[in-house]
Design a binder for this molecule. Sequence first.
Ligand code: FAD
Length: 457
Amino acid sequence: MDGTLINDRAPSVAIIGAGLSGLSAAYRLRKQGWKVGVFESSGLAGGRVQTVHYEGYVIDTGASALAESYRGYLQLARELGLGAEIEPAMPAIGIVRDGTIHLLRTNRMMRTGITTGLLSWTSKIKLLRLGFDIVHAKLRGRLDYADMRRAAPLDTESARDYALRVLNGEIDSYLGDPIARTMLITDTDKISKVELFSGLANIMSTRILAMRGGQGRLPEMLAALVKPQLECPVLRVTGSDDHVEVEYRPSGATDSAVQRFDACVVCCPLFEAVKICPDLQALLQPLSSALRYTKAITVAVATRIRPSCPAFLVQLPSCEDPDIALMFVEHNKCADRAPPGRGLIGVDWEATASERFFDASDEDIVAHTLKSVIKVFPELGDQIEFTQVTRWAAALPLTGVGAYRRIGEFNAALDPKSRLQFAADYMSAAGQNTAVEMGARAAARITANFARPAVVR
Ligand SMILES: Cc1cc2nc3c(=O)[nH]c(=O)nc-3n(C[C@H](O)[C@H](O)[C@H](O)COP(=O)(O)OP(=O)(O)OC[C@H]3O[C@@H](n4cnc5c(N)ncnc54)[C@H](O)[C@@H]3O)c2cc1C
């Protein structure tokens, strides 16, 4: 019991989707005394944040890391008693060039940025211009995640077009690509310049953190409080002046059922929201046509020894490896990810390669993955303990050129007084923090506008 008392006459709210957005909205509304019904189509809560425990390894199969700038997420974790469970990753990242890992110390970014052999002196001097553009954008409020409409004037070209126009090809390859691949697991030609600017601004000014015991702990704890109904897909949501109707298929049933609520928060991915909210096509369609979701393949590679690399993340630019974008050195991200003396490498495939290999066999995916892993960490050649493949059919909403403009327009068009609210990561820069914050924002709108529960504690 968490001490929240819910009155029988309390108003009711339906939450569609038990990912971090839905769980965060449900938790906040339940705390305010609302009767909360959470519907989840899959058999698991947590959505794209999942942790698998296997033979002493802790494997984050979806969302992998946090940033110190994740204010809403960290606040929620503290409220749930998980604040002390969050620890900083080792302060180093590696970027591969010509097969060599170039280390950048994230706690001494300026100094290692100047001395690194990753970039030529010409590029380092040109980076002053990039720094100027980012500071200028920040000062004008153009990188404000809470209101991405303000990024619209920047959202005019791809990160690659910007780099080639203003900087040079070397910076695009060895700085732009690693950032794009970290933010959206894809290359600079597919993402907006906005993503490059905000990614760099973030990486320069924040520490990377991880949850002990796995990223799945936060959603698991929330799910234990709000008890989602699993395998219960929602088929349709319709709003009227005084209630919202939710049609869903109860777990194991063939026929659908309909339930009435005082309010509803739709927290599923955008393409799913379009399907289940037929009355809101005019609002949802323009954004949906601008935001396609990428596919992702992640492969956990458990190893009998730890490679000597001190970085928590090794980034592979597309010219070094077109298919593999990132290798999280998981035991450097958080010590508990592998048993003592053993190692865990979390490999993220680039989005286009994920699409190409999505239906390939696990054996083919693993063989291709290991070739890259061993090229980067030759000492792991005969030290692989086991591998585990995860496929994400809808991984991340791809913010190509113009997407932030549409996201801004979508947020501006939402009616803050409606009984039907939305919360999901597609409403700003995708990530766990956006999900948590959007959930909290939707909950706040509902509590501000509708019946005050009779008993709250
Ligand atoms: C491979 C990968 C790596 C990532 N790495 C990071 C990272 O390092 N850091 C970071 O911050 N973020 C990362 N993310 C992004 C982060 O996981 C997401 O932004 C966030 O979890 C989204 O939460 P959400 O609640 O908005 O959506 P989801 O987690 O997708 O939750 C939506 C839920 O709705 C359910 N649903 C769908 N349709 C229906 C329906 N009709 N009825 C009922 N339920 C429905 C789904 O099953 C799902 O559980 C990563 C994501 C992926 C895939």
